[in-house]
Structures are given as C-alpha cells and as structure tokens.
Write a protein that binds this ligand. Structure first.
Ligand code: FMN
Length: 187
C-alpha cells in the first residue's frame, strides 16, 4: 500500500507534523510505503487556469516543485492531507495544492482520471476547543475528493491545539490516529 502524507503547516515540528508522524509510524510498522511532503519547503503556485490539463496534456502543465508531488499523489492508494486551520480554512499552502488537483479531472468534468478505490484522510488541528467551530472544512473537501475517487474518507480533528507541542500530550487523539492508520493499512 502506497501512502502519501502532505503537511500543509509552515511549522515542520508542529501539531500537524506530530499527528502525521504518528500516522506514518503506524503505517510503516504495518508494511506500507510512506512518502512525506512538507509543502511549505517547496516553491509552487496554485492552479493557473491554463486549461492545458483539459486538452494539451492529461496532467498539470505547471512545472514547479508540486509537479512530482501531484504524480506521487496520482499513484498513491492513500492520500493524507494534514493542515492546521487558519482563519477557518486549510492553510494557503494546502489550498494551493488542492487547487492543482483540478488536473485530476477529465475535460468537461466527465469524471476523474484517478483510479477508484483510493482513501483520503484529512488531519485538521485547530486552536479552538469547540468541535462546532470549523466543522464545515472537512465535509466540503471530502465531497470533492469523493468525486475524484477517494471512496473511503476519514477525518481526524485536533481540537484545542494551540502550542506546537500540544498534540504530543493528547493520548486519546493519538490512539485515534493509530487506529485509523491500522484500519486503512489492514483493509
Ligand atoms: C495565521 C493563523 C491563523 C489561525 N487561525 C485559526 C482559526 O481560524 N481557528 C483556530 O481554531 N485556530 C487557528 N489557528 C491556530 C492553529 O490552527 C493551531 O495552532 C494549530 O495547532 C497549528 O498547527 P501546527 O502546529 O501544525 O502549525 C491559527 C494559527 C495561525 C498561525
């Protein structure tokens, strides 16, 4: 099983990183292969609306650091998107990646270029402790990724995580992350 984890936080050792690392360690122990990408360390743009992926090519035509990442995601069985909530949304680093997945869609919105049966996990830490705040983020993106062919989808929310070391103290949350990783790799 091929897993790719994208960290959309600018912090390399923050809460998103800790939660992703917990997921990755469990998946690796169970024999999965894992690619990890820290998006903030790359130089890339969002979708340029050039529409080349809807005619000239069947992949994103923007040649920057995200091009090989899109290819890895295209071929992976499992996509793990980790992003802190910034102003009620995923970070701009993550949003720019998501916009580039427009290239996964066939022309005329005639469906997805991805093979079906993939799995999506969204890992979403936030400072606010109340689940009612920003609970709209995952369902919105899950709808688009379902359309792409991510038939199984999981949400992992980290509520009340303010300081970079907070996730490491949350045993129950970390166990949920490990449980989901086990469920996915063993399926
Ligand atoms: C620019 C900025 C905007 C933020 N906006 C929100 C927000 O709208 N709601 C919230 O609950 N937390 C917000 N936070 C807090 C982060 O989501 C939280 O600290 C998270 O755990 C950071 O994850 P990281 O350690 O992986 O970077 C914001 C933090 C920053 C720096």
């Amino acid at each position: 099983m091929k897993i790719v984890c994208l960290n959309g936080s600018p912090q390399k050792n923050g809460n998103t990183a800790y939660l992703l690392d917990t997921f990755e360690t469990t998946a690796l122990e169970l024999g999965a292969t894992v690619d990890h990408v820290h998006l903030n360390s790359l130089t890339y743009k969002g979708c340029q609306a050039c529409m080349k992926c809807k005619g000239e090519t069947d992949a994103c035509a923007v040649r920057d650091d995200l091009a090989p990442v899109l290819e890895v995601v295209f071929n992976a069985d499992v996509l793990v998107l980790g992003s802190p909530i910034y102003f009620g949304e995923v970070t701009s680093q993550m949003k720019a990646f998501i916009d580039r997945t427009y290239s996964f869609l066939k022309p005329e919105f005639a469906g997805s270029r991805l093979i079906r049966g993939k799995t999506l996990v969204m890992v979403l830490p936030q400072g606010a402790p109340d689940a009612a705040n920003f609970g709209d983020v995952y369902p919105r993106y899950a709808g688009f990724f379902k359309w792409f062919g991510y038939e199984k989808r999981y949400e992992i929310r980290g509520l009340g995580l303010n300081e970079p070391g907070d996730a490491a103290q949350r045993t129950e949350l970390l166990e949920t992350v490990r449980d989901i990783a086990r469920e996915i790799v063993n399926s």
